[in-house]
Design a binder for this molecule. Structure first.
Ligand code: RB5
Length: 154
């Protein structure tokens, strides 16, 4: 599978570990940074490129790591066509794809252990969207909102 991966300083170490494991497992990994550890870098600078790579079809899935995974998921979800979620467990990693067609997995480098993170990544990559009618209906409602770009009321 073609996988784009990115992280800020909070996820830098975990990203390096995951990129190595993904490569060993035979995936094509596009590391979209940060390529060096920079304690002052900002998660949107890596989350947006990964999200765009997924939305544009350059890769099949994206993986983002920041300190908590929260900022990365918030940023990635601003890109149309991206369905990113912060994941802490194997069940959600699999079901997030099967039911919700999640295409970007977000992890917390400071909150999730390396073994659990790798388990989540494998479940995420091995899962496929079920295509069930009820899930398509729910996702269509999400897409409708994305297209309409509603603004908050003052
Ligand atoms: C950076 O220190 C930290 O705020 C960031 O990695 C992330 O946790 C944000 O959600």
């Amino acid at each position: 599978m073609r996988v784009a991966i990115g992280a800020d300083h909070g996820g830098f170490e975990m990203k390096s570990q995951l990129a190595a494991l993904l490569t060993q497992a035979g995936h094509h990994v596009a590391d979209l940074g940060n390529r060096v550890f920079d304690p002052d870098d900002d998660y949107p600078d890596f989350a947006i490129p990964v999200a765009l790579a997924v939305a544009e079809g350059q890769v099949d899935r994206g993986i983002l790591v920041c300190g908590s995974g929260v900022g990365a998921s918030v940023a990635a979800n601003k890109v149309a066509g991206v369905r990113a979620a912060l994941i802490h467990d194997n069940f959600s990693a699999r079901q997030g794809v099967e039911d919700d067609n999640m295409n970007v997995l977000c992890l917390g480098g400071r909150t999730t252990g390396a073994a659990v993170a790798w388990d989540c990544v494998q479940s995420f990559l091995n899962a496929q969207f079920s295509g069930a009618e009820r899930h398509r209906r729910r996702l269509a409602k999400v897409e409708q909102t994305e297209k309409a770009l509603p603004q908050p009321r003052p």
